[in-house]
Ligand binder design. Structure first.
Ligand SMILES: [Zn+2]
Length: 258
């Protein structure tokens, strides 16, 4: 447990950069279905929830940017990487407020933090694929881009039994037609874009993240956010509060669009 904590601290120190030379602590690796995460506040085991396969929505475009504008729901979607303690804190805040989120996990993060896949699903949230290394996927040759998609899909399948509900391309808001085709070939009928950019990855502070989201969100919005940023963790409760005051609920992306 101490080693796991030390590893988590090391991962946290690297959270701001995309340093490819992170240490990989084999002790941190747990088999699927093994003990849950050791984060505070999760003393009793959560119920095991099945991972969803990729969502297919007849009538929706291949690239989805938002859900119905005439509903009362929005989807908060998170780039999945960074300090697992921050991820646990954020998921806990969402759960306390009765909200569900979507985490698009990066494959090399799942290699370091395999327990997070189960943690996300057991909280009732949705899990998806955000490539293996978070490279500029639209600039890669087809074979390399495909390997980025399938590399993360393989990890999700090993950890949860499915390749995840969604694929979101890395370092871009929209996928090129090539990347969309590669994602479909890998098993994802849709590519998940977004219509609200919180700009939280620039660490502008919790107040700015909150303001940006609440000033631009509409019914049906898919909001882009990032795990691993303290300002985002602090902004989540007031964002959920602001949504609630407008009669909007934060639901999984599948719930939003189906
Ligand atoms: Zn990302």
């Amino acid at each position: 447990m101490l080693r796991a904590a030390a590893s988590a601290a090391a991962a946290g120190a690297l959270v701001a950069g995309c340093d490819p030379t992170r240490d990989q602590d084999p002790d941190a690796v747990r088999p699927p279905g093994g003990p849950g995460p050791s984060g505070a506040g999760h003393a009793s085991p959560a119920p095991v929830r099945a991972a969803r396969p990729p969502t297919r929505v007849p009538g929706q475009p291949v690239q989805i940017e938002h859900g119905p504008r005439n509903g009362r729901a929005v989807a908060l979607t998170f780039h999945g990487r960074g300090d697992p303690r921050m991820a646990n804190a954020l998921l806990g805040e969402a759960e306390r407020a009765g909200a569900r989120v979507t985490v698009l996990a990066i494959g090399d993060w799942l290699d370091e933090q395999p327990a997070m896949a189960r943690r996300i699903l057991d909280g009732g949230h949705e899990l998806g694929n955000h490539t293996l290394h978070h490279r500029d996927i639209c600039a890669l040759p087809a074979a390399d881009a495909y390997a980025e998609i399938t590399g993360c899909a393989d990890r999700l399948r090993k950890l949860t039994g499915t390749i995840g509900s969604w694929f979101r391309p890395s370092q871009t808001r929209r996928a090129t037609p090539l990347v969309t085709d590669l994602a479909r070939k890998a098993g994802y009928p849709h590519v998940l874009s977004y219509d609200v950019d919180s700009l939280d990855a620039n660490d502008p502070g919790a107040a700015a993240v909150q303001r940006t989201v609440l000033e631009t969100v509409e019914p049906g919005s898919v909001v882009s956010l990032h795990l691993g940023h303290a300002g985002t963790v602090a902004a989540l409760p007031p964002i959920l509060d602001g949504l609630r005051r407008r009669g909007l609920r934060a639901v999984t992306t599948t719930e939003l669009v189906t």
